[in-house]
Design a protein around this ligand. Structure first.
Ligand SMILES: Nc1ncnc2c1ncn2[C@@H]1O[C@H](COP(=O)(O)OP(=O)(O)OP(=O)(O)O)[C@@H](O)[C@H]1O
Length: 243
């Protein structure tokens, strides 16, 4: 996947120029990591087509989603991207099953809903409304819904950050399992260095819209202000709790 984006972002302290140019390999999980306001969510939104860059090229599996030089800008529904946000974006007036069916394309079989419910461990909850689900269960539904559309890329924007630590750790394992099972390309935005280390093969560290460091988690975090977290994580969760 090719991602080249340029856009001036309007931060409260003044505008800054986001400019990134990266290649993400098929089946790779990469993370965007950086302080609040550095442009991580904007990047995901531009990939998904929810926001347009001033200049850029977004290409997935040979398909051009955005190309400023050729005047191409596919709408979000034409881009094979699955999106899971921090806040639960389920329809509150629909059951779990209805929320998933809504994601199916016309003519697709409802049986796939059961398959995906099984994939995220939610069988038996299909008739529940979102208000009767825990935060972790809601995010499982959101993940299933995103995967149902056969995305070429799964965009995860702080998907687990509203969850308690234990649920979060469990769901990180689930995401890892889904990732291994589906072989999908993932781009994760997370503030949590542990999550980044656990889930991603490559990290892009951002500052004010620019990639200042990239590589494996060890290369990126060692020697940075995040090294202490990296070392703690290597020592296991108990060491982390005591930190
Ligand atoms: N459409 C837009 N046009 C211009 N600037 C924008 C637009 N959308 C967001 N911004 C600004 O861009 C900056 C970066 O926002 P963004 O949400 O991408 O950062 P982030 O790194 O994801 O932050 P956080 O970690 O807090 O979610 C913010 O100052 C925001 O106000």
């Amino acid at each position: 996947m090719k991602i080249f984006l340029k856009k001036t972002l309007m931060a409260p302290e003044g505008p800054f120029d986001l400019s990134i140019d990266v290649e993400v390999r098929d089946g790779e999980c990469v993370s965007l990591f950086g302080r609040s306001g550095c442009g991580k969510t904007s990047i995901l939104r531009m990939i998904a087509g929810l926001q347009a860059p001033q200049e850029g090229l977004v290409k997935a599996d040979g398909e051009v989603w955005f190309d400023s030089s050729a005047g191409i800008n596919l709408p979000p529904q034409k881009r094979a991207a699955g999106f899971v946000f921090q806040e639960y974006s389920l329809f509150p007036n629909m059951t779990v099953e209805e929320n998933l069916k809504f994601a199916l394309r016309r003519g697709e079989e409802a049986v796939r809903v059961q398959e995906y419910l099984g994939l995220v461990g939610l069988k038996g909850l299909e008739r529940r409304y979102p208000s009767k689900l825990s935060g972790g269960q809601k995010q499982r539904v959101a993940l299933a819904r995103a995967l149902l559309r056969h995305p070429k890329v799964l965009l995860l924007d702080e998907p687990l950050s509203a969850l308690d630590v234990q649920t979060r750790w469990r769901l990180q394992d689930e995401v890892l399992r889904l990732y291994e099972k589906t072989g999908i390309t993932m781009i994760l935005v997370s503030h949590d260095p542990f999550e980044v280390m656990k889930l991603s093969g490559r990290v892009f560290m951002l500052e004010a819209g620019r990639i200042v460091k990239s590589g494996g988690p060890q290369d990126v975090f060692c020697g940075s202000e995040w090294e202490v977290f990296f070392q703690s994580a290597k020592n296991g969760p108990r060491a982390v709790r005591g930190f």
